[in-house]
Write a protein that binds this ligand. Structure first.
Ligand SMILES: NC(=O)c1ccc[n+]([C@@H]2O[C@H](COP(=O)([O-])OP(=O)(O)OC[C@H]3O[C@@H](n4cnc5c(N)ncnc54)[C@H](OP(=O)(O)O)[C@@H]3O)[C@@H](O)[C@H]2O)c1
Length: 276
């Protein structure tokens, strides 16, 4: 199966599905999962300094033998490294651990009080060509409006917890109007989708697994999912979503599962959130 792409506002092409790497284990285990994902067809890899596995991610990419320019590599600056100087330093350390010369996308991992200082460093990294696109994670409309006040360049991506139980309809609309590509973390709500009755029925209807139905629902919504798996069978399964189409009425049924519910510790249940 060949990967499909979404185009960012600066015309950079982002593969429409990525592999998540949170809790992929040791460097060896991470490298194995990343290499296997690339062999299965993934070209978009979501890492973060906070995950402590950038060395493994870099190793997996190298071992895959696929050219650097054919991979869309993402990593994130952690909260402790906010501010102009610290961000620059964190960026260089990430490049070193990943063993690459540039990033495809650099993200602010969580909003903090230092968003605008951090963003100034991001703009400079972008302008110098060290990163092909810049963005944020876990930013609600208020955070994005605030950054707008001082930004020369607006975030091109917002990575957020999105799944059928928290569809983020309003934020998705805001991002669409502001040319910000949404990326869904915990796209299968860390497995909670697997027991939902409606999703079980749709899985039977489309002869696809529940996970495949949910991942395709994201993509048809214009959102890029980044499911994590360290299991070869599930890595493959999650990528096989480009050979079917969900009907409009079923897209709406899935959206009706929304409960505005975060199934993780954030972003709605965290002190980082309401930082003002
Ligand atoms: N920006 C942020 O603040 C932020 C926050 C959280 C996550 N993320 C990113 O988003 C990625 C994905 O989110 P997530 O890891 O929280 O949750 P997720 O992708 O929704 O779920 C991952 C869990 O589901 C299991 N799984 C994967 N595919 C499956 C399948 N086909 N059938 C059954 N179970 C399956 C995985 O186990 P196995 O490994 O055993 O398959 C793992 O336990 C992360 O890895 C990370 O890269 C970003």
């Amino acid at each position: 199966m060949t990967v499909k792409y979404m185009e960012l506002i600066n015309e950079v092409k982002m593969p429409a599905i990525g592999i998540g790497t949170y809790k992929t284990g040791s460097d060896e285990e991470t490298a194995h999962a990343v290499k296997f994902a690339i062999e299965a067809g993934y070209r978009h890899i979501d890492a973060a300094a906070f995950y402590g596995n950038e060395i493994g991610v870099g190793k997996g990419i190298k071992e895959s033998g696929v050219k650097r320019e054919d991979i869309f590599l993402v990593t994130k600056v952690w909260n402790d490294d906010h501010g102009y100087d610290k961000t620059m330093e964190a960026f260089n350390k990430s490049l070193e651990r990943l063993q690459v010369e540039y990033l495809d996308l650099y993200l602010i991992h969580w909003p903090t009080k230092l968003n605008s200082e951090t963003w100034r460093a991001f703009e400079e990294l972008y302008e110098s060509g060290k990163v092909r696109a810049i963005g944020v994670c876990n930013f609600k409309e208020g955070h994005l409006e605030e950054i707008k006040e001082s930004a020369k360049i607006m975030p091109m991506v917002n990575q957020m917890e999105v799944h059928p139980f928290n569809t983020r309809k309003k934020l998705r609309e805001y991002c669409k109007v502001n040319n910000i590509q949404m990326v869904a973390w915990s796209p299968i709500s860390r497995g909670r989708v697997l027991t939902n009755e409606l999703l079980i029925k749709l899985s039977e209807k489309y002869s696809k697994t529940i996970t495949q139905v949910v991942l395709k629902w994201h993509i048809q919504n214009g959102v890029v999912p980044i499911p994590k798996s360290s299991n070869e069978g599930r890595i493959k399964e999650n990528f096989e979503v480009f050979d079917f189409e969900i009907a409009k009425e079923d897209m709406e049924l899935i959206a009706s599962l929304n409960e505005d519910k975060s199934v993780t510790a954030g972003p709605d249940n965290t002190t980082f959130w309401d930082f003002k």
